[in-house]
Design a protein around this ligand. Structure first.
Ligand SMILES: [Zn+2]
Ligand SMILES: [Zn+2]
Length: 222
């Protein structure tokens, strides 16, 4: 049994995935006239461009005509179209489209890896610690099953603390418990209460919380 801790421990931040951050000077080959808004949107969607997020929340946009850097928050681009006309160029539009489509992280997000399956997932930019993809995350209030005991639990919180950093009330890390040996020490700890302990007149907050490595719990029905 793994009791939740009283002493919070901070988890080490995840390293950034390696990314190049090269840029080339703006090319003068771009042609765009003011007022061609629809045309720009069409080209932004249709033209061959590669968008990559940088570590400083900006984006590199590679095109046949050159490579530019877009700051979506500030609405700026290093291309001549933007520099000369101050317009919302096709590069800014393209970055916005890819963010909307979920192809690249938003400026307040970065690329992280799911601690359970390794899948790429967008996480809050400043988030440290272990993270889960949509497939392996739990919503607070979700019912889950403990793989070890088969018992049903109600998820209270998915922490960003790793199982080998999160300390229980007994002063041990979640990863140190023998029943957690089969689960990743790098996984985030999920706090949950036993479903059986939630009774009429007794809220989830009143129940004892326990911490589990994320993959020890399964969503009900999986
Ligand atoms: Zn541009
Ligand atoms: Zn995953």
């Amino acid at each position: 049994m793994t009791h939740t801790r009283n002493t919070p421990a901070s988890a080490a931040p995840e390293p950034f995935p390696s990314r190049e951050s090269s840029t080339t000077p703006p090319s003068a080959s771009e042609e765009a006239s003011p007022g061609e808004s629809d045309d720009r949107s069409t080209r932004a969607a249709a033209e061959a461009m590669t968008v990559r997020p940088l570590r400083d929340r900006r984006y590199v946009v590679e095109t046949d005509g050159g490579t530019y850097v877009v700051a979506l928050d500030a609405g700026t681009c290093t291309c001549p179209d933007h520099a000369i006309r101050g317009s919302r160029c096709k590069h800014i539009r393209r970055v916005a489209m890819e963010v909307t489509a979920g192809a690249v992280p938003a400026p307040d997000e970065r690329v992280g890896a799911c601690a359970v399956c390794g899948a790429e997932t967008f996480v809050p930019f400043d988030a440290g610690g272990a993270r889960l993809c949509d497939r392996h995350a739990f919503e607070p209030g979700a019912v889950a099953r403990d793989r070890e005991t088969g018992e049903r639990l109600v998820v209270v919180d998915v922490t960003a603390e790793r199982a080998d950093a999160y300390r229980t009330g007994e002063g041990r890390t979640v990863a140190e418990y023998a029943t957690n040996a089969d689960y990743g020490a790098h996984e985030p700890v999920v706090e949950a209460v036993y479903a059986a302990s939630v009774r009429p007149g007794r809220s989830v907050e009143d129940c004892d919380r326990y911490g589990f490595p994320a993959s020890r719990l399964t969503r009900r029905g999986e």
